[in-house]
Design a protein around this ligand. Structure first.
Ligand SMILES: [Zn+2]
Length: 166
């Protein structure tokens, strides 16, 4: 099975081929859907991979999160390496939903703390009236890119690679 570096090389190669195929098919890569697909694929290659399932091991995706790696610790602690995380549908969905829930909880906690301890800052943030436009089509293309790279990882895991690092 490939190590983290090989996984990344395989995924980035697949992404480059996807970009080339889209260009050949006259699908504009620099369009919203094309960029979302490739960005989702990059996220699914570097930051969110099936290997976020090894308690006590600083895997490549965990390292990529830097100081925010703690976000994944609850999921990592209940995961079994190559268990549900390495399934084709449930694993990628669980990671995406999990991240959404963790980011939502973090935003909620931040707003509660700001209201409680820095009410002036909270009033200024609330006055900004931030509304991020969420385009479902773009979100779905991004998810498709992410999910495709999870599948690429799982296929690569099944290849009996025994390459020494160059
Ligand atoms: Zn794996």
């Amino acid at each position: 099975m490939p190590d983290g570096t090989t996984h990344l090389a395989i995924n980035l190669g697949a992404l480059a081929l996807t970009g080339a195929a889209l260009t050949v098919l006259h699908v504009p890569v620099l369009s919203g859907p094309g960029m979302a697909l490739l960005a989702g694929g990059l996220i699914g290659s570097v930051w969110i991979t099936p290997d976020l399932d090894m308690p006590g091991v600083r895997t490549a995706p965990l390292k990529a999160w830097g100081p925010f790696g703690w976000l994944w610790q609850p999921l990592i602690r209940v995961s079994r390496h190559r268990g549900v995380s390495h399934t084709f549908v449930r694993g990628p969905l669980i990671r995406a939903v999990y991240l959404g829930v963790m980011l939502g909880l973090t935003a909620l906690l931040m707003s509660v703390l700001l209201k409680q301890f820095l009410p002036d800052v909270w009033r200024r943030v609330a006055a900004l009236d931030i509304h991020a436009p969420v385009h479902l089509k773009i979100l779905l293309w991004g998810y498709a890119g992410y999910h495709a790279m999870q599948v690429a990882h799982l296929i690569a895991d099944r290849i009996p690679l025994n390459l020494k690092r160059l």
